[in-house]
Design a protein around this ligand. Structure first.
Ligand code: NAD
Length: 379
């Protein structure tokens, strides 16, 4: 079977996330990177393409040129799907033009910088019948998929409490110096959008609550912290979430949790049991019960659910990590592109992206209006 022809926007040698997507796309031998724009500086772009072995004839000066040149090619040679890995403000214009020109899209989160833009992309995706993934990376972990599957099977009974925490500390040394602060795009509203912490990592936590439970958050109340008056974007926040009058939870996100690295921790408590999972130790899933000692569920074992086994490449005890999680998302997209049978939630989709943007906007609005409850019903 021929490989899927993948284009990449952003994700150059200077980026954080590029390597994750490149390795992930190669993991199951389903894709070949055939072109892209890795960097806005064309010399850097070409140098990087040579370094990673991409044909420089298909490395373009900017994304408008990529689209203009690729659509001239016969369909069987043209890039099929494009990964958008640039800073947030470029996701919308790039994804919009890609959809309008018949490409499928894998887009980094947050999907856009506003909810209205996200809704526009959703309409375009429907119109063009495109595959569209939003890379909420952590949904690719086998143990996260196992949790989702087992919760849907009723293993925990009725859900009664959800607690997702995402604590990082990397902005702590940046935030206290106004000059250093200016060098970070995640703190610049023109590039990041209306939020830093909630937009960058709170959205992962929010998406995880809906992904795992299969339920939608109905309303939220937020309290954010900007720390300094001349810093306009949140760098810490706590959000109360309600799925119903009796199913409630909390999302805690921070970029100033000093010394924390990538501390995403998830707990879902049901009437019959609970799951606890930590991103920094992703191969250990804890199953808690009132009347039994806690169990540890691990990937690569025959007892794991089919969806977890499908996302595990080696036998138990061979740790797989974040590259593998993203690899599973790319595998899910490959199945969709080739009309193969797939599991529910094999890749996070447009709806996850749209819900994420609604979450960010309502969290900021709730905080600004004096920490009030706001509905999270889609418009
Ligand atoms: N899924 C995750 O867990 C995760 C983790 C980190 C970042 N992200 C997301 O990935 C995106 C990128 O984040 P990052 O940390 O890699 O950013 P970064 O600043 O490290 O890298 C951005 C890259 O985009 C390139 N770029 C900028 N403008 C461009 C343009 N006009 N055309 C082509 N390339 C351009 C830069 O040269 C650079 O290579 C963000 O939206 C971020 O939210 C997601």
């Amino acid at each position: 079977m021929s490989k899927i022809r993948l284009g990449v926007l952003g994700g150059g040698g200077d980026s954080l996330i590029g390597v994750l997507h490149r390795v992930a796309s190669s993991m199951y031998d389903r894709y070949e990177i055939v072109g892209g724009v890795f960097n806005p500086v064309h010399d850097e772009n070409i140098k990087f393409a040579e370094q990673i072995g991409v044909n420089t004839e298909r490395v373009y000066v900017d994304f408008d040129t990529l689209i203009a040149e690729e659509v001239k090619k016969p369909k069987e040679e043209r890039i099929e799907v494009v990964s958008v890995l640039t800073p947030n403000f470029l996701h919308f214009p790039m994804a919009k033009k890609l959809l309008e020109n018949g490409f499928h899209v894998i887009c980094e989160k947050p999907l856009t910088t506003t909810y209205d833009e996200a809704k526009e992309l959703e309409a375009l995706q429907k119109e063009h019948n495109a595959i569209f993934a939003v890379t909420y990376t952590y949904t690719g972990y086998p143990m996260v998929r196992h949790m989702k599957h087992m919760i849907a099977q009723g293993e925990l009974g009725e859900i009664q409490k959800i607690d997702v925490q995402y604590y990082q500390g990397w902005i702590n040394p940046v935030i206290h110096d106004p000059e250093i602060r200016k060098t970070v795009w995640r703190l610049d509203p023109k590039k990041a959008g209306i939020s830093s912490c909630i937009g960058d990592i709170g959205t992962h936590a929010f998406q995880m609550t809906e992904y795992l439970t299969g339920m939608e958050v109905k309303s939220i109340l937020a309290d954010l912290n900007m720390l300094y008056e001349d810093n306009t974007l949140d760098i810490d926040g706590t959000v109360l979430v309600r799925f119903s009058d009796t199913v409630k939870g909390v999302i805690r996100a921070s970029q100033i949790a000093t010394g924390e690295e990538n501390g995403l921790t998830v707990a879902v408590y049901g009437k019959k049991g609970a799951y606890r999972w930590e991103q920094e130790n992703p191969n250990f899933l804890y199953h808690l019960k009132d009347d039994e000692p806690r169990r540890v569920i691990k990937p690569g074992n025959a007892y794991a659910s089919a969806v977890a086994q499908d996302g595990t490449k080696l036998p138990g005890g061979h740790p797989e990590g974040i590259f593998d999680a993203m690899g599973n998302i790319y595998k899910g997209v490959a199945k969709a592109l080739r009309n193969e049978k797939s599991f529910d939630g094999e890749y996070p989709n447009m709806n996850d992206g749209v819900r994420g943007m609604l979450f960010i906007e309502k969290v900021v609005e709730s905080h600004k209006n004096g920490n009030v409850w706001l509905s999270l019903e889609n418009k």
